[in-house]
Design a protein around this ligand. Structure first.
Ligand code: G6P
Length: 448
């Protein structure tokens, strides 16, 4: 085993951190992380201390020599790091609740990563990511950045287009969730299932599904279309079933987030109902988080509690740690990640970020070419890519008109006028986290 690795996790006070620590413990034999630096901002100090103490108990119980460091000093954590992971949420869950509630007033889907909510999460997040990359260039120029912060596709797009950071991978648990869902439908272990993933983050399709190497796409679609069978969904997205003939006609496996596009009216009705009763997803998650942190405080707890699986991002550690291990060990296995397209999906610009199966090497992900996407889904994917590109430009420049164009071209937004009304209200509501829109004149796009 070579040198022991240093890893820095920004947003280390997140309730998801025990997942990550569990993933590192499980893989210590192949991924010798010697130091894990959990970083947060002063507002996150209490959470950082609680989750950090649990992380320390977890490694101690597991008997692995991973030193856990807790800090509010990002630069110190980044210095000499080999891997940097980002899992922060600018403005916390309060900001997410605004992203979910404001669009509903206009009869528009309010969602963390889709539509107006996704746009605003991107506008808040991208400048912070670019700032982290500036620090990385100085303090750990050889490190890999593994980003989980949403909207992961838009964030990866911004990093690829507006920085020189080539060692970046965007990661999501949707593909792993789909694979587990398909395995459940088929009644088999997930490791017997392989899916050819292609598309964008939260807009990814399973083009083909294989069981033990044999193509079973049609069978899986039939099972998924059956009114009594759902399965391929996630904790944070209600499962309203699919029109069987639609799915069979589509011939590819949609991801759970496609419900917002193919079932917009029904999803909106669900959201409006939830907003009146149990609360929006952010509000539900606020409660879940309180309960999780109460559990984390227990000095006798030294494992990841199963309750964490109630979060939509469950199992992301498996995706994250296996990605990091495959880079470190040059495993050349296949994993779906967000990376530069480089021609893998013919219908998407080569320089843009896509979510696609890749061979994971020590030089990073090598995307596997799929050619064109099927015509039935190609247009939507291209439109979302245009939205992500314009949104990333708005996030970097702070230009109002660019942000309005991004908002209007999103397929969940009905008109330019409603787009403008939502944009104005959301800019005001998130003002403190959007300095780029309130410092005049707007910054030039900075390619550095
Ligand atoms: C998913 C997505 C993640 C997202 C999470 C939200 O499954 O893939 O990108 O962060 O759900 O879950 P939450 O429990 O916060 O609603």
């Amino acid at each position: 085993m070579g040198k022991r690795l240093k890893m820095a996790t920004i947003g280390g006070g997140s309730s998801y951190t025990p997942e990550l620590v569990e993933g590192l413990i499980k893989r210590y034999h192949e991924l010798p992380v010697g130091e894990l630096w959990l970083v947060d901002i002063p507002e996150g100090k209490e959470k950082l201390e609680i989750v950090g103490a649990l992380a320390k108990r977890m490694v101690e119980k597991a008997g692995v020599p991973i030193e856990i460091h807790l800090t509010l000093d990002r630069r110190r954590a980044l210095e000499g790091a080999d891997f940097v992971t980002t899992q922060f949420r600018v403005g916390g869950l309060e900001a997410r609740a605004k992203d979910e509630r404001i669009p509903l007033k206009y009869g528009v889907i309010g969602q963390e990563t889709n539509g107006p909510g996704g746009l605003f999460k991107g506008l808040r997040t991208i400048p912070v990511i670019l700032d982290i990359i500036r620090d990385m260039e100085e303090l750990c120029p050889d490190a890999w950045l593994i980003n989980f912060t949403n909207p992961a596709g838009m964030v990866t797009e911004a990093v690829l287009r507006y920085t020189k950071q080539e060692k970046v991978v965007g990661l999501c648990n949707v593909p792993i969730g789909m694979r587990m869902g398909v395995a459940k439908l088929l009644g088999v272990d997930a490791d017997r299932v392989h899916i050819d993933f292609a598309g964008l983050n939260h807009m990814v399709f399973g083009l083909h599904v294989y069981l033990d190497g044999v193509r079973v796409t049609e069978k899986v679609i039939d099972l998924l279309a059956h009114p009594d069978r759902s399965g391929v969904t996630m904790k944070n997205i209600v499962d309203l079933g699919w029109e069987p003939d639609f799915l069979k006609g589509l011939k590819v496996l949609p991801c759970p987030y496609h419900r917002y596009y193919y079932q917009t009216d029904k999803m909106l009705a669900e959201e409006l109902e939830a907003a009146k009763t149990k609360g929006t997803r952010a509000e539900v998650v606020q409660q879940l988080e309180k309960e999780l942190f109460e559990l984390y405080k227990d000095p006798n707890l030294a494992i990841k509690p199963p309750q964490l699986e109630q979060r939509g991002g469950a199992y992301y550690s498996d995706a994250a740690c296996s990605l990091i291990s495959s880079i470190y060990n040059d495993k050349r296995d296949i994993q779906p990640v967000n990376t530069r397209n480089n021609g893998a999906i013919a219908s998407i610009p080569p320089e843009s970020a896509v979510e696609v199966n890749c061979v994971i090497t020590k030089d990073g992900p090598k995307p596997i070419a799929v050619g064109d996407l099927p015509v039935a889904v190609r247009g939507l994917v291209q439109q979302i890519k245009s939205f992500e590109r314009v949104a990333a430009e708005a996030a970097v420049t702070g230009d109002y008109q660019t942000a309005l164009v991004a908002m209007t071209i999103n397929p969940l937004v009905p008109s330019d006028t409603i787009a403008k009304q939502m944009l104005d209200e959301m800019l005001e509501a998130h003002k403190e986290h959007l300095p780029q829109f309130f410092n005049f004149p707007p910054k030039e796009v900075s390619y550095f």
